[in-house]
Design a protein around this ligand. Structure first.
Ligand SMILES: [Zn+2]
Length: 164
């Protein structure tokens, strides 16, 4: 991080902390037309792909979002959930600090070689060993399987924990 950015962040933090405001933040239900899993500032989890989000803004103009799980827990649990999230963040900070000086990583070139070449015609990544094209019967199988909502190949990654 550059010294200039560090100084700006320090000044911003000092300003925010020096305000020490206890002014309530009015959270509002806001309709979205972009369906994704948005991060929740209270619990550190994410919303589901919902139409209505609970959002507000602090005195410094930073957005705050509360997921539907935190809404369900209710007003009297908000501070407890914030405290639990804060403890997790503190543990995460300690863990990150513990990694300093201990990571032995492969080179970027090793990663590029592992990724394989890029097809200059399409811009898509080619598997190591050259292009592999799906035969029409396999493609039909994939489409039918996807339409039925099932897994059709073992190498498909379906992870609902991915927040987007
Ligand atoms: Zn939440």
């Amino acid at each position: 991080m550059s010294a200039l950015l560090r100084a700006a962040l320090d000044a911003l933090t000092a300003t925010s902390l020096s305000n020490g405001t206890k002014q309530m933040i009015d959270m509002k239900l806001v309709r979205t037309n972009f369906y994704t899993r948005w991060p929740c500032d209270v619990c550190g989890g994410c919303t589901e792909k919902v139409e209505w989000l609970c959002e507000g803004q602090d005195i410094d103009g930073y957005g705050v979002r509360v997921c539907e799980v935190c809404l369900e827990a209710g007003q009297d649990q908000i501070d407890n959930r914030l405290e639990a999230h804060l403890k997790d963040r503190e543990k995460g900070t300690l863990w990150l600090r513990s990694l300093i000086g201990r990571l032995n990583i492969p080179t970027f070139d090793e990663w590029r070689r592992a990724e394989g070449p890029i097809d200059e015609r399409t811009g898509e990544r080619l598997p190591v060993g050259g292009p592999v094209e799906l035969e029409p019967p396999e493609w039909d199988h994939l489409m039918v399987g996807a339409a039925a909502g099932g897994r059709c190949r073992d190498d498909f990654i379906i992870d609902d924990d991915i927040p987007f």
